[in-house]
Design a protein around this ligand. Structure first.
Ligand SMILES: C[S@@+](CC[C@H](N)C(=O)[O-])C[C@H]1O[C@@H](n2cnc3c(N)ncnc32)[C@H](O)[C@@H]1O
Length: 209
C-alpha cells in the first residue's frame, strides 16, 4: 500500500530507542487506554471523522487509538505509522483492522493524495523536523484533506511534561501559535482551527488555496 522504504534505524533519531524501550509497558503505565478513547470520543465534533474517510495516523505507538479510529471511518481504511518497531509489534498483536507500517514521518514520503485525514495524536512534539513532518503528512492528503494534531492536555502541560521526562524527549515541544502559522505556510497550508485549553490542544489545518 505505502511505498517501500528502508526501516528507520536507531541511529536516525534517539527517540526510536527511547520509545522501543517503553513499548512493552506503554499500555499499562500512564493513562488507561480506555479513558483515552472516551476523552477523544468526547471531541468527535472537532475531529469530524466520517464513514468512508481514509485516515493516516502518524506516531500511532501501540495503537491505543487506532481501533477506535478504524471504527469511525469504516469502510474507509486506516494506515498507522510509527518509527519505533517495537511499539508497532505491540499494535499488530491487537489485530486491529488497520495497516501498520514502520515509517519515519520526518524522512519518508508517505505517498501522494491517498488520505482524507492525517491525525497526529500525542505525537507531534516528538517529530525532530516538524516542517518535514508536516510536508510529508500534507502531501499524502487529498485536495480537501485535513491535517490534525491532538493532545488531551494544554500545550503548557505537554511541554512541561516532556521537560520533566527528560532523556531523548526532554526538549520536545508543541510549537507556539506563531510557529504553527509559519511552518504551515512554508508548505502552502494554513491554520483552520487552533484550540489550547486545560484538557485539549487541537490544531486543524487546511490547504491555503
Ligand atoms: C508519545 S508516543 C504516542 C503514541 C500513541 N499516539 C499514543 O497516544 O499512545 C509518540 C509516538 O510517536 C512516534 N514517533 C516519534 N517520532 C516519529 C517519527 N519521526 N516518525 C514516526 N513516528 C514517530 C514514537 O515512536 C511514539 O510511538
Amino acid at each position: 500500500m505505502l511505498p517501500e522504504k528502508t526501516t528507520p534505524s536507531v541511529g536516525d533519531d534517539p527517540r526510536i530507542a527511547f520509545f522501543n524501550g517503553l513499548a512493552n509497558r506503554w499500555d499499562t503505565t500512564g493513562q488507561d487506554p480506555h479513558m483515552t478513547i472516551c476523552q477523544v470520543a468526547s471531541h468527535a465534533d472537532r475531529l469530524q471523522l466520517r464513514s468512508g474517510n481514509d485516515l493516516l495516523e502518524v506516531g500511532c505507538g501501540t495503537g491505543q487509538l487506532t481501533g477506535w479510529l478504524a471504527e469511525q471511518v469504516a469502510p474507509g481504511r486506516v494506515v498507522a505509522i510509527d518509527f519505533a518497531a517495537e511499539m508497532l509489534d505491540e499494535a499488530r498483536r491487537k489485530k486491529i483492522p488497520a495497516e501498520f507500517r514502520c515509517r519515519d514521518i520526518c524522512r519518508d514520503d508517505i505517498g501522494i493524495s491517498c488520505f482524507d485525514v492525517v491525525l497526529c495524536f500525542h505525537s507531534f512534539p516528538h517529530f525532530r523536523d516538524p516542517v518535514a513532518a508536516i510536508r510529508n503528512s500534507t502531501r499524502s492528503l487529498r485536495p480537501v484533506g485535513r491535517f490534525l494534531v491532538m493532545h488531551l492536555s494544554s500545550r503548557t502541560k505537554i511541554n512541561a511534561f516532556h521537560h520533566d521526562v527528560g532523556s531523548a524527549v526532554g526538549g520536545d515541544r508543541l510549537p507556539a501559535d506563531g510557529t504553527w502559522h509559519q511552518m504551515l505556510s512554508e508548505v502552502g497550508w494554513k491554520v483552520h482551527d487552533l484550540v489550547d485549553e486545560e484538557d485539549l490542544f487541537f490544531l486543524e489545518a487546511a490547504r491555503a488555496t
